[in-house]
Design a protein around this ligand. Structure first.
Ligand SMILES: Nc1ncnc2c1ncn2[C@@H]1O[C@H](COP(=O)(O)OP(=O)(O)OP(=O)(O)O)[C@@H](O)[C@H]1O
Length: 284
């Protein structure tokens, strides 16, 4: 279980992260969304111990991150927003370097590296300098997994990738959750977030607009569309609250009207996000 409790981060006087709390359990995937500068990377860097919070606490399995930094870091695989790769190494050599840094024994490392390269469709012997952008991103993802960590913190894993590679990476991220890893990843493209995550954290200007289950949010934002006829005329009304639907149904019956259909529409995450852009938290 990863818990962030009332995290804040100031850069000088500027409050980049303002009281963010959430928790993610084993096998869960948390998608973090927010516009440019919302505080996603800052939050993720705090989660992996690269930035010290100004206040608040981060706990992994109940243990304070900064009081157990070295031990906890071994359980984390972090994918930064930008890849830092060595062009003259091939994929296998590159991954071996990191396996050694993490003290993975040679036989286990060799087996794991081949498995990772195979599942991520990467060549073993080609120099990284000749890799495409998508191949480089996938190699960076492989690097986060060489020491078989429990927690994966990915900053925009699909950034700059074409749609098919983005979808591949998204499905890979979702499968990591299914394998029992705890995953936190940020993204701009909400389609990919919607495809991969169970939990959602929406942040704006460093504050939480929503934290919770994606399905619960979609359910909360669903709309009812009532089509009806009174006399010769047809109408269509849209409601957010089922009580308003019931009120209308009573009115239609009173006026001798006829109900044509009642439909429920669950909005896409993108729509939900844009209805929340007034910046008011819906957590209160
Ligand atoms: N080292 C720094 N010094 C000062 N301000 C910073 C620093 N790093 C980030 N910021 C500011 O903090 C805010 C949050 O930045 P952050 O990179 O966390 O946002 P983000 O949500 O990841 O954005 P993006 O989607 O563009 O990557 C921004 O206003 C940014 O300018």
């Amino acid at each position: 279980m990863l818990r962030a409790i009332d995290l804040t981060k100031k850069y000088g006087e500027f409050l980049a992260v303002n009281g963010i709390s959430f928790e993610v359990g084993k096998g869960e995937v948390l998608g973090v969304i927010g516009e440019n500068g919302a505080g996603k990377s800052t939050t993720l860097k705090m989660l992996v111990g690269l930035l010290t919070p100004t206040s608040g606490e981060i706990q992994y399995d109940g243990r304070n991150l900064f009081e157990n930094l070295n031990a906890i870091k071994r359980k984390i695989g972090y994918l930064p927003e930008f890849d830092a790769l060595y062009d003259n190494l091939n994929a296998k050599e590159y991954l071996r370097v990191f396996a050694e840094i993490y003290g993975v024994d040679a036989d286990t490392a060799e087996k794991r590296i081949y498995e990772l390269l195979e599942t991520l469709n990467l060549p073993v012997d080609k120099p990284v300098g000749e890799f495409s952008k998508g191949m480089k991103r996938k190699l960076s993802i492989a690097r986060t997994l060489v020491h078989d960590p429990e927690y994966l913190i990915y900053d925009e894993p699909t950034s700059g990738l074409d749609p098919s590679t983005s979808m591949f990476v998204t499905e890979y991220v979702r499968d990591l959750g299914k394998q029992g890893k705890t995953v936190v990843f940020s993204a701009h493209n909400m389609f990919y977030v919607e495809s991969a995550c169970d939990l959602l954290l929406i942040i704006k200007k460093g504050r939480v607009l929503y934290f919770g289950e994606l399905d619960a949010l979609r359910d909360r934002m669903k709309k009812y569309i009532v089509s009806y006829r009174i006399g010769e005329r047809e109408f269509e009304d849209v409601f957010e609250d089922v009580r308003d639907v019931n009120r209308l149904l009573a009115e239609i019956t009173e006026n001798g009207g006829e109900i044509i259909s009642i439909e429920t529409r669950v909005p896409r995450l993108e729509e939900i996000y844009f209805t929340l852009t007034d910046g008011k938290s819906i957590m209160d």
